[in-house]
Structures are given as C-alpha cells and as structure tokens.
Write a protein that binds this ligand. Structure first.
Ligand code: ZN
Length: 172
C-alpha cells in the first residue's frame, strides 16, 4: 500500500488530500490497483480500480440464487454500469461514480443505501412505499429467497464478477 499525505486537493486547494494506492491479486482477474482520494477539508472522496492487464469490454451477468453467492468477488470500475433488472434499478457512471473491490453482498448494500436515502428524503407516501418494497426484496435476496440477476457492463474492461456462474459477453 502506498499512501501520500498532504497533497493539494483539486477542489478546495487545501493540502489535506490523502492518496492511497493498494494492489490486489484477484484470481481469474489478475493484479489490479485500487486508488482512492480523500480530503479532510472538503470531504471530497473518490476511488477507482484498474486492472494491470488490458481487458476487453464486457457485460457480465450473475444470478444470485443463495446466501453463498453473496461472497462472490466483484471488481467494479468507475466506468461500469450496475443493473438489477428485477428491481428496475441501475447505477450509471458519473461524477459521483466510484470504483471498488467488494462482493455481491457489498453491491446489494450500495443499492440498499441509495434506496434508504430515497425513503428518508421523500415526503411522498407513494415513493416511500415503493422504497420500502424494494428494500424488502433486497432483504429477501440476501436470504436467498428472492433470486435476482446482477449485471455489470464496463466499456473499460476493468470490471468482473468472479464466479464460474457468471455469463460473460464481450462488448464491441
Ligand atoms: Zn478538498
């Protein structure tokens, strides 16, 4: 792990930015680097992951069927789109998009946080009800009682769902 402290933050220009680079060795994916930036003055926070070896752009589909599947490793770059079609949910690349190394459980948790925020921020009873409904489905999915598909599409090739069960389609 390399850590560089007291760097100039690109946003607030204070010398309070910390840069961290970590190297991971992931089976069936290879060496990759997780880079993160964090500024203690303005709370700017970002991270991304990059594979050492150049990989083709892919669409990877994983069927979550049981609790064991929650442990499946996931590498997701900031350029990836993550979709759960059954819940009509999608996270697309954007300014706030970050890359991470996690597992299926971690991916579901990120979706959960988005929905929880939506539920807490809204005054619309209909939106609240829908959010609660989605949370219930995610909770069931975690227990292996609600099978769902998780799709990660990455034009940069820096994303993967590491399992024999993953369907991988190359994108043009
Ligand atoms: Zn800053």
């Amino acid at each position: 792990m390399t850590e560089l402290k007291n760097q100039v933050c690109p946003f607030c220009k204070e010398k309070t930015l910390t840069l961290i680079e970590e190297t991971y060795n992931i089976s069936h994916f290879g060496r990759c680097f997780l880079m993160s930036m964090n500024c203690t003055s303005c709370n700017y926070n970002s991270s991304d992951v990059e594979a050492e070896e150049r990989k083709p752009p892919t669409k990877q589909t994983f069927a979550l069927e049981n609790k064991k599947d929650l442990n499946v490793r996931v590498v997701k770059s900031s350029e990836a789109t993550v979709r759960i079609p059954q819940l009509k949910m999608e996270v697309t690349p954007g300014i706030a998009s970050s890359g991470y190394i996690s597992n299926i459980e971690g991916v579901l948790l990120r979706f959960k946080k988005i929905i929880e925020k939506e539920r807490d921020d809204t005054d619309e009873p209909e939106v609240k009800k829908q959010a609660k409904n989605l949370l219930k489905k995610l909770w069931k999915a975690e227990l292996g009682e609600f099978p769902l598909k998780i799709i990660i599409e990455d034009p940069s090739g820096n994303s993967a769902i590491i399992s024999d069960k993953t369907e991988v389609v190359k994108l043009r």
